[in-house]
Design a protein around this ligand. Sequence first.
Ligand code: KPL
Length: 303
Amino acid sequence: MKIVVMGAGALGSLFGGILASSGEEVVLVGRERHVDAINKNGLKLSGLTDAVLDLKASVHLEAADLILFTVKSYDTQEAASKLIINDDTIILSLQNGLGNEEKIQEVVGDHHVIGGITSHGALFIEPGHIKHTGIGNTVIGELDGAITERVLNIAKILSEAGIKTDVTDVIKQKIWEKLVVNVGINALTAITGVNNGKLLEIPALRELMHAASREAVEVGRKVGIDLDHDLIEEVEDVARKTAANRSSMLQDVSRGKRTEIDAINGAVVKIGAEVGIETPVNRILTLLVKGIEERGIFGGQKA
Ligand code: KPL
């Protein structure tokens, strides 16, 4: 199966690298400096996965059987419009936040898109070098809940490569569950500059993490998502398993980049307002992250 990773940042490169190491034909499509470094020296994976991989990277898209779609949520529409797809191409979104799959469907048509979540931690060390900092669940599924051959096949390919992947008939619920995790971890780590694990160690941050995630659970339930089990325990579990990770949002603010705040905490605030649920903690976290985005890199230095 030919696999293109669209948006080869930390997570996309990690997945692409692991798939390539198991013999899949993989092309990483990403930014020029990362692409150049990979084509010159190979993709270096360190941490929980240790390898230097000879695989193709490009700034240009190619047709593929499977597109792992890992672009930032705010780039979804534009990136989807650039995809080269044939009748059977499958696009698996592994993005953070809400609304990504629907945006891709609007551009390419419903049939091509399947949903996914992953809690693996990946850190962009430098162009050409990604550190695997946490092992988490990966779950994929058809957006209409059907258990199809294509989803089972992709889960098998990922699992055989070493990324244990489950298939679900409730991927929309799983996306909300992952949202609850990101709502608790990402903005707080971006604002305070700590690794995920510190959120469990510092009581004030742990309290805020719980409060932000609880608001997301309340909003999700109000819009009919079945969030019944103890998601606060799940948030803690991911923070524990990815303790050494700098969340993707912390990585973004450290590099002076735009964040996914609108698709994560901002989405909870927006949907909460629509359904009459107050979300004061997420509102403040959203505003703080937006302030940090505007400010740019602190003191002109990398954090
Ligand atoms: O998804 C993540 C992210 O950083 O965006 C987690 C799972 C929180 C890992 O850091």
